[in-house]
Design a protein around this ligand. Structure first.
Ligand code: ATP
Ligand code: MG
Length: 261
């Protein structure tokens, strides 16, 4: 159970399925192949968390752990000015919104680990309303070791990140790149619920490479998993794991105003 409160994604069907949006106090994972839109989704969430409450935002700061240097404040402002022209036409607003995003670029897992303790303090002191890690897999990719020792090391990080969410009561959104999951039989998901039991066994379709990289402990630590993928040139986002919803999928587009259903 999370602590109540959600960050609306402004994607109507998804917000409805999630009872309001990305929940506070737990981990939400965005997974999908390269170029599908995970970072675009994160940019939109960062923007939404920093927007004034009058516009449905959280009026807060955002800590954005940008592991692969893919964060773009220019793109975030483009999304903002197209989606909320009435806010962004005000003088200095774009700079103010961009200034609310604290971008960190750790170059190794150990550097990230060192910043975690500081992060814990910052989260409480600085009106931080969202933490994004884009991406977790990239963060651990350079680490030595395999199998049990590596998973033991990661286990500590995973527990720490999860506890950060619980104690700060903010949403933590983590991305991970996986190969496309589309196989022919996967079409049975298409835009409706057909196999309720799949929800219970969602981890069995979890990309085996990611499980190898981050371990099954990670798969279980995540409360919400959104899988982004494409089929026949159409992008869709699937709510693959949720304590409150069956698996559901929604077609989405990426335009100059960002991700939309
Ligand atoms: P990776 O795993 O490599 O980080 P990703 O899932 O984070 O990939 P994104 O960078 O979020 O992928 O998405 C890239 C896609 O976003 C591109 O395919 C591009 O089509 C789309 N995109 C980016 N900017 C715009 C824009 N201004 N207008 C329309 N589409 C855009
Ligand atoms: Mg990305």
């Amino acid at each position: 159970e999370h602590n109540g409160g959600h960050l609306s994604t402004r994607l109507k069907g998804l917000d409805d399925a999630l009872c309001g949006g990305i929940p506070f106090g737990v981990l939400t994972e965005l997974v999908g192949p390269a170029g599908i839109g995970k970072t675009q989704f994160c940019l939109k969430l960062a923007l939404l968390a920093s927007l004034p409450e009058a516009y449905g935002g959280l009026d807060g700061r955002v800590i954005y752990i940008d592991v692969e240097s893919k964060f773009s404040s220019r793109r975030m402002i483009e999304i903002g000015s197209k989606s909320f022209p009435e806010i962004f036409h005000k003088k200095g607003m774009a700079q103010e919104m961009a200034g609310r995003i604290l971008v960190m670029r750790p170059t190794s897992l150990s550097e990230f680990t060192e910043s975690l303790q500081q992060l814990k303090i910052s989260l409480l002191q600085n009106q931080v309303k969202l933490l994004i890690i884009d991406s977790m897999a990239a963060l651990v990719a350079g680490e030595q070791g395999q199998g049990a020792p590596r998973q033991h090391l990661l286990g500590w990080h995973i527990s720490f990140i999860k506890s950060l969410a619980e104690f700060s009561r903010i949403p933590i959104v983590v991305t991970n790149q996986v190969r496309s999951q589309i196989r022919d039989e996967a079409c049975q998901y298409s835009f409706q619920v057909q196999h309720r039991e799949k929800a219970l066994h969602e981890h069995t379709e979890y990309d085996s490479h990611l499980v190898a990289a981050l371990g099954i402990h990670w798969a279980h630590a995540v409360t919400i998993r959104l899988v982004l993928d494409s089929k026949s040139g159409k992008r869709f986002i699937k709510l693959a794991k949720s304590p409150i919803s069956p698996p559901l999928a929604f077609a989405f587009n990426i335009t100059s105003s960002g991700i939309s259903l």
